[in-house]
Design a binder for this molecule. Structure first.
Ligand code: ATP
Ligand code: MG
Length: 441
């Protein structure tokens, strides 16, 4: 046999027992998006490298060392998207969406690609759900988007608790901060740089470089010794306008009953943020770890940096793998087999195969989920298969039944059976109708 080819490092197959967590999360996200009046947008998985270099910032880890970049057969410099915002902004400009009604509120979902060291909750191909709001500088836009993220998790946790009463769910905390704007950030950069330089020897090599090129990023370093020094780093003195904005966002979040904490040293790994930034993290050292499950903020300069009209904007993204891990842990794996099926149909003899096939299809076309047990076999064998599939009913078609134009319908929950006319309508009615009479002993 030929040597099988494995999946690439940092990629993962999502198999059927796991997919329910993804579908649940996506259904709850869709529901939240429609209530908050966000429309879906779908954008390509690759773009010109230049878009990400200009949008995300050349000094970031993402652009500097994590992008999947290649020259295509036509000589173009292409990158697989490492995040969604730059592409959504490109689409916003390309289709002149700024000429339509603002604010424009969109959401997206899909795979992102970063050449990172794979570990739990960190892959090279991962998936994000994200939102972007264009054209509102108001603090309500910030608070609304953060409340939406929070409502998504609230809705997800409620659904998990409904399915698994007492499920172990982490407490999620919204951490927020302001990064200021062109008026107050330059002075902050300077004071940060002074602090970092005076402690330079305690910082990792990356940070020693970052403190010269992009000092705010030092605050985002996850190396423990850097984290410790960062704990005493100066915090931003917001200018009056940024202060007013930040106060308003916090007041709105309180009004929306979204619990939050101000983390004065919270920054983001992307360069384009201004004013509000936030993350949602599980509290404490729970089994869910410390990993951020949603992150974003305001980016008032990105649209104009990418050649568009000045357009204030706000966005966030959540990592679907991290949410799926959390959902699966809370539901625990027994729920995978719980879904079940209403009906399985099986032929008892080869001459009944076509009719069993036909009946299964007719029932599916009537809207019923049906498993077809394809091979003619004994009732016991079909029974076992139906139980394994979690079927409620089993319809059996043999030569005798065919001659009478009937099928035997067994209720596997009530352990009863009856004869029913061999038509989709009669079977549907029998499954919906009163309980069949007890089977003869
Ligand atoms: P981190 O600090 O964990 O590297 P980040 O700051 O790079 O995250 P963002 O670019 O803001 O993350 O992306 C938003 C969310 O996407 C993160 O909070 C996380 O849940 C998820 N995410 C980011 N990178 C990965 C990855 N390599 N694998 C899985 N999920 C990821
Ligand atoms: Mg990262």
């Amino acid at each position: 046999m030929a040597e099988p080819i494995g999946a690439q490092r940092g990629t993962r197959d999502i198999l059927p027992p796991e997919i329910q967590a993804w579908q649940l999360m996506e259904a709850i996200a869709r529901d939240a998006f429609s209530r908050y009046d966000f429309a879906e947008i779908r954008i390509p998985a690759f773009e010109a490298t230049e878009l990400f270099a200009r949008g995300i910032g050349g000094e970031t880890d993402i652009v500097g060392k994590e992008m999947y970049t290649f020259t295509d057969r036509g000589g173009r410099q292409i990158s697989l998207r490492p995040e969604g915002t730059a592409g959504v902004v490109r689409a916003y400009l390309e289709h002149k969406l700024y000429a339509g009604p603002l604010p424009l509120k969109v959401w997206y979902q899909g795979p992102m690609f970063r050449y990172e060291r794979p570990q739990k909750g960190r892959q090279r191909q991962f998936h994000q759900i994200g939102v972007e709001v264009f054209g509102s500088a108001e603090p309500t836009a910030d608070a609304e988007a953060i409340a939406l993220a929070r409502d998504f998790y609230q809705g997800l946790f409620e659904e998990i608790s409904r399915r698994r009463p007492g499920a172990d769910l982490p407490e999620l905390v919204v951490q927020i901060n302001t990064l200021g704007d062109d008026r107050c950030r330059p002075a902050y950069r300077v004071s940060l740089q002074e602090y970092f330089r005076s402690h330079a020897s305690g910082y990792c090599e990356d940070c020693q470089r970052r403190m010269e090129t992009n000092p705010l990023r030092v605050l985002d370093c996850k190396v423990p010794s850097c984290e410790m020094l960062n704990g005493a780093a100066p915090t931003l003195e917001p200018c009056p306008d940024c202060q007013v904005h930040f106060d308003a966002v916090r007041e709105l979040l309180s009004a929306a009953e979204v619990p939050f904490e101000w983390n004065a040293r919270l920054v983001r790994g992307l360069d384009y943020y201004t004013r509000t930034v936030f993350e949602i993290v599980p509290r404490g050292a729970s089994k869910f770890g410390q990993s951020t499950v949603c992150a974003g903020g305001r980016y008032d300069r990105l649209v104009s940096d990418l050649g568009g009209p000045p357009t204030p904007a706000f966005g966030w993204a959540l990592g679907q793998e991290r949410v799926a891990d959390l959902v699966l842990a809370a539901l625990d794996d027994t729920s995978a087999t719980e879904a079940g099926l209403p009906l399985a149909v099986g032929p008892l003899a080869p001459e009944a195969t076509v009719q069993a096939f036909q009946l299964a299809l007719q029932l599916r076309r009537r809207g019923l989920a049906v498993a077809l047990l394809p091979q003619a076999s004994k009732p016991d064998k079909h029974l076992k298969a139906a139980v394994r599939l979690g079927a409620h009913y089993l319809a059996l078609l043999g030569a005798d039944e065919l001659a009478r134009g009937e099928v035997t319908l067994r209720d596997l929950h009530a352990r009863q059976q009856q004869s029913v006319a061999a038509s989709a309508a009669a079977l549907s009615a029998a499954m919906a109708g009163p309980q069949p009479a007890p089977a003869a002993p």
